[in-house]
Write a protein of this length. Sequence first.
Lengths: 268, 282
Amino acid sequence: MTSPTLSPQSLTTDHQPPSIWVKQLSLRYGRKVSFANVDAQFRAGQITALIGPSGCGKTSFLSCLNRLHELTPTAQLAGQVYLNDCDTETIPLTPLRRQVGMLFQKPNPFPLSIYRNLAFPLKEHGICDRTHIHHIIETTLTDVGLWAEVKDRLKAPALSLSGGQQQRLCLARALALKPQVLLMDEPCSALDPLSSEVIEDLILRLKGIYTILIVTHNLGQASRIADDVAFFWVQHDVGQLIEFGPAKEIFANPQDPLTAAYTSGRRG
Amino acid sequence: MVRRHPAGKEQGATLMVWLVALGITAVFLWLLSDVIWQGGQAVNGAFLTQAPAKAGLEGGIAPILVSTGLVLGVCIGVSLPLGLGTAVFLTEFSPQRSHRVIRLSLDILAGVPSIVFGLFGNAFFSRVLGLGFSILSGGLTLACMVLPILIRSIQVGLVNVPREYRQAAAALGLSRLGTLKTLILPAALPGIAVGILLGIGRAIAETAALIFTSGYVDRMPTSLLDSGRVLSIHIFDLAMNIPGGEQNAYGTALVLVILLIVINTLVSWFAERFRQSKLQIL
C-alpha cells in the first residue's frame, strides 16, 4: 500500500476549528447510566485521545457531541456541549452534523458506487453543480490518498474496496462536507496494521485544521498522535472521566493511580 | 429402553427431516401434477380467449381473466401505496411506544377470516358507498384484507436494513427522506417484494370475500363498476354448482396456478433489477 500524498492546501476549511466544551455531561440508556458528570474542554485544532477499558462510555460520549445518541430512543442526555460558545442543543441537526463529522469503528460506506458515496451527501446538503461536486470529490479523495487508486473505477461499488480503502473513503466522505470537528471511534481497530498506519498518518496531517477526538484502545497510537488524553474508567457501574490532560503528562506522570495502572498495562 | 449410539441418533434425525421434507414436496407435486393432468386437456388458445357459454361448461374464461386482472389491479393499486406509506411511517417516523399496539392489531387483522372482510366490504363498499356488486368494491375489499400482511412484511424489510446505513447517513447530517429514498427503500426492496407476493397470493386465491362484493357475473366487464367473476369463484362455481363442470374447473385452476407462478417470477425479478439499479451491494 502506498502512503497517501496529501495536498495540504486543499485540506483547509473556511473557518478556524472550534474548541469543544463539555459541562456536567451524563448519558443514560433507560436505567443504565453510560457515563456521568463529565467536564472537559477539548482544545481547538488538537487531537484528543479518549482511552479506557471497553464499556466505560467512550463511544457513547463521542456520540453525544454530534447528538448521534438521539438515534437510540432510550438515550437521555443531561448537561451541555458547546462548540466555541454555541450550545449544540440550539444548533439544528443538519448543520451540526455537517460541522461535526464522524468516522466509525467499522468502515461504513453506503452500498453505492465510490463516486456516489461522496456525491450523495453533497447533493443532500444542497451542492448540485456537477463540476463543483466532481472537484470536491477529486480533492478529498486525493487528500485521503485514494484518488490514484480509484480514479479509473469511480463507478465501482464502494464495498468492493479493501477495509483500509473503505475507511479512507468514509474519511473523504466526512471531509467533503467541510466539517470543523472530526469524531473518530476506533477508526483503525478493524484494519490491518498497514492500513491502520495509513489512517494514523492521515489523522496526524489533519491536526491543526480540525478539532479531533479519537477513541482508541491502542495506547501506542494514543501516545503517537494525541496532544491531549482523556482517561475514562468505570466506577460503581458508571463511566467517569478520571483524568484529562496533555498526553505527555498522562503517560509520563499520571496523577490518578487508576490512570497509572491502565497506561502501564497493569489494569484494563 | 435401548441406549443408542449418538451417531445412530444423528442419522435417525437426519432421516426424519428428509422424510418430512420429501412428504411435503410429494404432496405439493401430487397436487400440481393432478391439476396439470386434468386441467391440461381443457386449456388451449380458445379457452383463454373465448367467453364462457352454458354456465362455463363450454367456451373459455376470457372475461374471467380480465375481471381477475382488474380486481387484482385495484387491490394492489390501492394497498401498495397505503401499505408502503404506513410501514415507512411506522418504522421511520412514529414513536417506538405505539409500535406494539399497532403491530398487534395488524397481526390480528391479518388473521381475520376472509368471509368477515367480505361481509364488511359488502356492508361498506357495496351498500354505504353505493358501489354495489362491482370490481371496484371487490378490489377495495381485497385491499383491506391484504393491507395488514403487506404492512407487516414491508415493516420487516425496513427493520432488516443494516443499522449502519442509517447511522452513517445520520452522522453526515443527511435528511431522513433523502436517506429513505436513496438507501433504505432500495435496500428493503426484497422485503417489499415478499409483501406484495404474499398479498397477491392471498388476493388471487380469494373466493369468499369476493362473492359478497364483486359478484359472479361472467360477462366481460366494461368498467370498474361492473360486476365481474374472478378465477377462484369460477372454479368454485364450476366444481360445486355445475354438474359436469369439473373439466373446466381444473382448466381454470391450472390457469390460476400458472398466473401465480408468472406473477411471482415477475415481481421478484423486477424487485431485484430495481435494487441493483439503485444500490451496489456485492
